[in-house]
Ligand binder design. Structure first.
Ligand SMILES: *Cc1c(COP(=O)(O)O)cnc(C)c1O
Length: 400
């Protein structure tokens, strides 16, 4: 094509090099749009639900790669990726609700999720009842004739209280007057804290499983991403249209990094589960520690439920220090391996003084209600050597 002007050559000069090869590592389809071979093909691409090669907001082959892997891990028919966990949560929730509907959410949620239910949905005339998640009878009592969604998050951020997933799924089925997707009660679970290695909500009857893939799925603290795992019917007829309308589109590069991260999820989670449980059990024996919240500890108030629906406790260990705000701040600041940073599920250990983190956005009463005492520390345990972690936490406890 050497007869082309350089202006054209710069844009079309690679036409002879276009071909598909079967690479072992998946390619990154770094393209916002995709060619059709004919007018007919173009029309069928445009009309095809979730076509992976039409326009990236509608779908992208790299999205499809990672979504298929996560759907397999969660045991759902299909999955869709979004640009963040909140993108997944807001897209799924808005896809399934209309004005006049009622939904049920928990007292303890990830903060932005709490805002979605507490502030945003009421603006669109969706009725929300907030219930104590540990009380299945309270969830049942909240169900009304117009209940459309039950939204759960387990273990909940940051207190590590659990919701009975099988119990909630059974309630939704029992109180649905129809089996039609547009009439029945749909259950959604944020599975970010446990992850598919430890809990598979779909196997317990939950309809939609949500992830902040920014956390354990990605696992390297380098991307933000979200995943919605559900049935083909719910994805095709509800979630996809909302997704392309709201536009929480994951970058193909980040989809690829997510897939790369997920390759080692089982190995990372094995180490994280054992490190977190060992650190939690050790912290419980320290005189400077008042209480440790971790589902796999026999001292957890819902340990039996944990054993029923979790095969491991996941990365988050919540610790109450003996002392007040100042001493807790000193403890966190004295940690050398554990960084003071939000997020969780990465290869590195993190610790946050939750009262300091949320002090800016909550008043004292709200913090008490959210279960965040001034001596509360949320740790995300990483892959470091466990003896080094104990050494680090031990010296920081002595320094407080
Ligand atoms: C981080 C997190 C979210 C939000 O995810 P982003 O990727 O930050 O948008 C939602 N739920 C839980 C439980 C989380 O930890």
């Amino acid at each position: 094509m050497t007869d082309w002007h350089p202006d054209t050559q710069a844009i079309h000069g690679d036409a002879g090099a276009r071909r598909t090869v079967d690479s072992v590592a998946p390619p990154i389809y770094y393209s916002s749009t995709f060619r059709a071979g004919s007018a007919d093909e173009f029309a069928s691409m445009a009309g095809d639900t979730r076509h992976p090669g039409f326009y990236t907001r509608y779908g992208n082959p790299t999205h499809e790669h990672v979504a298929e892997v996560v759907a397999g891990l969660e045991g759902t028919e299909t999955a869709m990726v979004t640009a963040s966990g909140m993108g997944a949560i807001s897209t799924a929730v808005l896809a399934l609700l209309k004005a006049g509907d009622h939904c049920i959410a928990q007292t303890r949620h990830y903060m932005a999720t709490a805002k979605l239910f507490g502030e945003m949905l009421p603006r669109f005339n969706v009725e929300v009842t907030i219930v104590e998640q540990t009380d299945l009878a309270a969830i049942e009592a909240a169900i009304k004739p117009n209940t459309r969604l039950i939204y759960v998050e387990t273990p909940a951020n940051p207190t590590m209280v659990l919701t009975d997933l099988a119990g909630v799924a059974a309630l939704a089925k029992q109180h649905s007057k129809s089996t039609d997707d547009d009439k029945r009660i749909i259950t959604l679970a944020d599975n970010t804290f446990a992850g598919p290695f430890n809990t598979r909500p779909a196997a317990l009857g939950i309809d939609v499983v949500l992830h902040s893939a920014t956390k354990s799925l990605g696992g390297h603290s380098d991307i933000t991403a979200g995943v919605i795992c559900t049935t083909k019917a719910l994805a095709d007829h509800f979630v996809w249209e909302t997704s392309l309308t709201l536009g929480s589109t994951l970058s193909p590069m980040d989809a690829w990094l997510l897939l790369r991260g997920i390759r080692t999820l089982p190995l990372r989670m094995e180490r994280i589960n054992s490190n977190a449980l060992a650190l939690a059990a050790w912290l419980e024996t320290q005189p400077e520690v008042a209480k440790v919240h971790y589902p796999m500890l026999p001292s957890h108030a819902q340990h039996e439920l944990a054993l029923k629906q979790m095969s491991g406790g996941g990365p988050v260990v919540a610790v109450e220090i003996n002392g007040g705000y100042e001493q807790t701040s000193k403890f966190v600041a004295a940690l050398k391996l554990a960084s003071q940073a939000v997020s969780l599920g990465g290869v590195e250990t993190l610790a946050v003084h939750t009262a300091a983190m949320w002090g800016g956005s909550m008043n004292d009463a709200q913090m008490v209600e959210a279960g965040i005492a001034p001596n509360f520390v949320r740790c995300s345990v990483g892959l470091e050597n466990i003896e080094d972690l104990k050494k680090d936490f031990g010296q920081a406890l002595k320094a407080k």
